[in-house]
Design a protein around this ligand. Structure first.
Ligand code: UD1
Ligand code: M6R
Length: 365
């Protein structure tokens, strides 16, 4: 089943041009988006007071990546909930809410308990899942199957990128009645169409990421700074590294750097800064300057051709990735980090597909 690959995680990372194609298959039609599972509910969703995203782990991170474009394309306020935390707080959920549950397996206990809670509170419950016939798919009022194909590695990879693309299509469908955002929607739809090609291109960084991994093999910790569309990329990259490579790693909001994390910076701690082109680019340039002036050991991810724009001194290691529509850039940017986590794990001699203490589907609370 692994074909020519050594591990399922590796196979699933490299499968992403295909899995993203199947996520979109039959859903981008005549310049618009058709999600069969949502079309009867779009009117209700457009009238809701807020969208609440609920999930755990990687699925939560995918929702966080979707948050900016859902807000932008729908104009509806979006709040985020880690499923267990919503339950711990018994946080407010109202009839006027649209609660969107994101889960690869559709069987995660925390997420399903949060679903029961939202159903009791009368919210419209929408599922985003990879598993047809799962409890999540059956119990939600409506939803979208992401159709990424079976994911076997405990570390979620292809499901993450397909979840983001499914939520991009959801945002486009909800916002499709708005004339003012028509040009923006068209640009994103054309970005979706060419996304699998850009994913194939970024996968060519495999050897470079293996080389980077070998330089990090003995590090005790790895920080990842992102912001805007790529705050989620920082969290998800760090989650992959800690989960499979068993290395301490934290994803951080770059805008919070001066409020604490800066104290950690020295010449030994490796720091990945995500600085691809979008509205936050110049802010990330100044973050890099500040880290360099404290002798930070930087690895900068930037758009192709931007190496000297992000690191004029030439003292950072640079990862250049293909540029796509800004809101879809997280789909591209996570892939070098998935490859990095994979190679770090192999080089450190840990089990890639069955990380210590973890299970693919967390069915207990
Ligand atoms: C559906 C078919 C697909 C077919 C296509 C043709 C299924 C599973 N899908 O896809 O095989 O090619 O029509 O038009 O038979 N749902 C939930 N919660 C969830 C996920 C989905 O309630 O978490 C519901 C949806 O609201 C929908 C149904 O499940 O009623 C199928 O969803 P989805 O597979 O996304 O719909 P289509 O893309 O239309
Ligand atoms: O099946 P789900 O998407 O609900 O799973 C949620 C988390 O348990 C899962 O994403 C976990 O964080 C992964 N092992 C991350 O790679």
């Amino acid at each position: 089943k692994k074909g020519s690959y050594d591990h399922f995680m590796q196979k699933e990372i490299h499968e992403q041009p295909h899995s993203l194609t199947t996520t979109m298959r039959g859903r981008l039609k005549d310049g618009g988006v058709l999600l069969g599972g949502l079309k009867e509910h779009l009117k209700t969703i457009r009238r809701c007071r807020r969208v609440v995203f609920i999930g755990c782990g990687t699925s939560y991170n995918a929702a966080l990546a979707a948050r900016p474009f859902v807000e932008e394309l729908t104009g509806i306020p979006v709040t985020m909930e880690v499923a267990s935390d919503l339950l711990d707080r018994q946080g407010p959920i109202y009839r006027e809410d649209t609660a969107v549950f994101v889960s690869q397996s559709g069987e995660t206990a925390d997420t399903l308990h949060a679903l029961d809670y939202a159903l009791e509170n009368g919210a419209l419950c929408v599922g985003i899942t990879n598993t047809v016939g799962s409890t999540l798919s059956r119990k939600t009022h409506c939803g979208v199957h992401i159709n990424a194909g079976c994911e076997i590695g405990v570390a979620s990879t292809k499901a993450y990128t397909s979840q983001i693309v499914a939520m991009a299509m959801m945002a486009l469908a909800i916002g499709s009645d708005q004339i003012s955002t028509q040009a923006r929607r068209n640009a994103i739809i054309s970005g979706l169409t060419s996304l699998p090609n850009s994913v194939s291109e970024v996968l060519k960084l495999d050897a470079e990421m293996k080389e980077l991994a070998s330089s990090l093999i003995d590090s005790e910790s790895l920080l990842v700074f992102g912001r805007g569309y790529n705050y989620a990329t920082a969290l998800e990259g760090a989650l992959k590294v800690k989960e499979v490579a068993l290395m301490h790693s934290e994803g951080m909001l770059a805008g919070e750097m001066k409020h604490g994390p800066l104290a950690l910076v020295d010449e030994n701690l490796p720091i990945i800064v995500i600085a691809t082109r979008d509205a936050c680019f110049s802010k990330q340039q100044s973050v890099i300057q500040q880290l360099l002036s404290r002798k930070g050991r930087l690895i900068v991810m930037c758009s192709k051709g931007d190496a000297s724009a992000v690191c004029p001194t030439g003292s950072c290691r640079v990862i250049e990735v293909p540029g796509v529509a800004d809101c879809l850039q997280p789909v591209i940017n996570i892939i070098p980090l998935q490859l990095l986590a994979y190679h770090l794990t192999v080089l450190r001699g840990f089990d890639v597909d069955q990380p210590r203490n973890l299970a693919k589907s967390v069915t207990t609370q």
